[in-house]
Design a protein around this ligand. Structure first.
Ligand SMILES: *[C@@H]1O[C@H](CO)[C@@H](O)[C@H](O)[C@H]1NC(C)=O
Ligand SMILES: *[C@@H]1O[C@H](CO)[C@@H](O)[C@H](O)[C@H]1NC(C)=O
Ligand SMILES: *[C@@H]1O[C@H](CO)[C@@H](O)[C@H](O)[C@H]1NC(C)=O
Ligand SMILES: *[C@@H]1O[C@H](CO)[C@@H](O)[C@H](O)[C@H]1NC(C)=O
Ligand SMILES: *[C@@H]1O[C@H](CO)[C@@H](O)[C@H](O)[C@H]1NC(C)=O
Ligand SMILES: *[C@@H]1O[C@H](CO)[C@@H](O)[C@H](O)[C@H]1NC(C)=O
Length: 505
């Protein structure tokens, strides 16, 4: 590891103001970008689009044992098949259309320097940090302090904000969120997915677990999402709101509704070793190879892990409206957790695939996995917390539209998928997609300069439409691609192959 890399790690970590042991790792890629949230909306299409990283068994319903069976993970730590997700960011044009902004996260795990103090996440542990409906800032709320936005300027000074910055950030925006790290010691979930955990005594990143109701210290997860807002720099004047053109998937132009979710998917026993044998502390500047050298886990960057779509809906590229038709609710407005009454079908089975290029050249790994959405399995059974998860699970499932959508999708897609061609490699990867796929997270932790060059979304939007239209022969990939760019009103995939191709950066 080069000196400049270490310096970068150190700078990145400075915002954490923590004396704890920690390590950080950039996700190799985003596994999917979809309206799925197995914590908040188990078994059905969720209210807004999320950018998802981690284990390939991410589904509308999932749990720790299922995640551990993932065929691959986008984490460079092979034993980490957890899922982490956050709302996807869009750029809104004057005419009201939205273009997705690419981004991928760097994850931090922070824990005590003293072995025995930090408790690893128990199986089926899950939690949510942040509140999607917030559109205002309460400076005394730890939960809101947990969310910050860095306006990145790698050749100048980066500035920290409590909301989406209203200036053009030369090197992009980094959305940052802390998860609570004090636990009640009993429940792996709670009805609001928050009240079984609490923030540290001094705020989201300082103090300790002093509240007797939350005595257990968990590893603290901190997520930095690098957003390629810079690629839309030239289009800023064409935005609906040129001073702050971005809108989160739940219709949030403020950033106060930013949030992130976590489901425990580490291989059995590995986190126990992490918290007790991985006290690499500041001498290693958060370098995870310290833990891999100690034999605690396997750290290997590179490669990709993706899954095919589980929801029949195009979520990236340029779209007429936010998926779910979420209205944009401005500062101090009243937002609700809308789930549109008509939701797209769920698709099953879902394939996991790996490969260094975008989806067209990916290789399917393992068998396709079908999960019965909305069935009994969708209620997370989590031992001691059964009452609370049970109640939230059943109320979520009460909606009739979700279950009807589910059953129809099940039958349609299983017939479509009975002869699943492997992810088509026929089309030759489009150059534009190729450029967009160079994962930001791969590069972020590798080289100090890398965060300045996340994937260039504008190349996808402007360059590739030209490319596809010049070709006479229309492959599935080209059709899917064109659909994203020219026909944002067509939201569904017309062939099973297309859902391999709406790739997620
Ligand atoms: C975990 O999820 C899988 C897939 O949905 C399901 O088959 C299994 O029953 C679940 N296990 C538990 C303990 O809930
Ligand atoms: C809105 O404007 C953008 C940028 O010019 C364009 O890509 C998109 O197709 C337009 N949407 C509609 C519905 O015309
Ligand atoms: C702001 O947050 C504090 C701490 O959580 C809380 O006590 C207070 O009621 C909140 N204020 C408003 C207006 O929500
Ligand atoms: C693409 O598909 C062809 C035939 O389907 C196969 O022979 C070839 O090995 C595949 N190439 C890659 C890169 O997967
Ligand atoms: C993105 O691509 C466009 C078109 O290829 C180019 O003009 C622009 O400079 C690129 N932006 C970045 C940040 O690389
Ligand atoms: C689009 O194609 C035309 C004709 O081939 C070419 O002149 C133009 O430069 C292309 N535009 C882009 C953005 O590639």
């Amino acid at each position: 590891m080069s000196r400049s890399t270490l310096t970068k790690f150190l700078l990145a970590a400075a915002v954490l103001s923590s004396a704890n042991a920690y390590f950080l790792f950039g996700m190799n890629n985003v596994i999917t970008t979809e309206r799925i949230d197995p914590i908040v909306n188990p078994g059905k299409v969720s209210g807004h689009v999320h950018t998802v990283v981690g284990g390939s068994n991410f589904r509308v319903t999932t749990n720790t044992s299922f995640l551990r069976q993932s065929e691959c993970t986008s984490s460079p730590i092979k034993e980490d098949k957890s899922n982490y997700w956050a709302p996807t960011l869009y750029f809104q044009w004057k005419n009201g259309s939205f273009t997705s902004v690419s981004g991928a996260p760097v994850m931090y795990y922070l824990f005590s320097d003293t072995p025995g103090v930090t408790t690893p996440f128990p199986d089926d542990f899950r939690m949510l940090s942040g509140t999607p409906t917030l559109r205002s800032y309460n400076a005394s709320s730890y939960a809101q302090q947990a969310i910050t936005f860095l306006c990145l300027d790698f050749s100048g000074t980066s500035t920290k904000h409590n909301e989406l910055p209203t200036t053009d950030c030369p090197s992009g925006i980094r959305a940052q969120i802390n998860f609570p790290s004090c636990w009640d010691g009993k429940n792996t979930d709670s009805p609001d997915h928050k009240s079984h955990v609490a923030f540290l005594s001094g705020g989201p990143d300082s103090g300790s677990c002093t509240d007797p109701a939350f005595p257990k210290t968990l590893p603290r997860i901190f997520m930095e999402m690098y957003l390629d807002t810079g690629s839309l720099h030239a289009q800023r004047s064409q935005a609906m709101n040129p001073s702050q053109p971005f809108v989160y998937a739940m219709g949030d132009p403020t950033g106060y509704g930013y949030h992130a979710d976590f489901i425990m998917g580490w291989d059995k026993g590995v986190l126990d070793k992490v918290v007790d044998k991985c006290q690499c502390t500041s001498a290693a500047f958060g370098d995870p190879t310290c833990c891999s050298t100690a034999g605690v886990f396997t750290f290997k960057q590179g490669g990709t892990c993706r899954i095919t779509k589980g929801v029949d809906e195009i979520t990236t590229g340029t779209l007429r409206s936010l998926p779910g038709n979420n209205p944009v609710v401005p500062l101090n407005g009243q937002a609700s957790n809308l789930v549109a009454p008509v939701t797209p079908a769920l698709i099953s089975p879902v394939f996991a695939y790996t490969g260094d290029s975008p989806s067209q050249t990916g290789q399917p790994v393992g068998p396709p996995v079908t999960v019965t959405p909305g069935g009994p399995a969708s209620v997370p059974t989590s031992g001691s917390s059964a009452p609370s998860t049970g109640s939230s699970g059943s109320s979520e499932k009460a909606s009739g539209s979700a279950s009807s959508g589910t059953s129809s999708s099940g039958s349609t897609s299983s017939s479509k998928d009975s002869s699943p061609n492997p992810p088509a490699n026929d089309s030759g990867s489009s150059p534009a997609k190729g450029s967009s796929s160079s994962s930001p997270a791969t590069s972020v932790p590798n080289q100090g300069s890398a965060p300045a060059t996340p994937p260039n979304k504008s190349a996808v939007v402007s360059g590739s439409s030209n490319h596809t239209c010049q070709k006479k022969k229309t492959s599935h990939s080209k059709r899917a691609h064109r659909a994203r760019i020219h026909d944002s009103s067509r939201r569904r995939f017309s062939t099973p192959e297309e859902r391999f191709l709406d790739n997620d950066f």
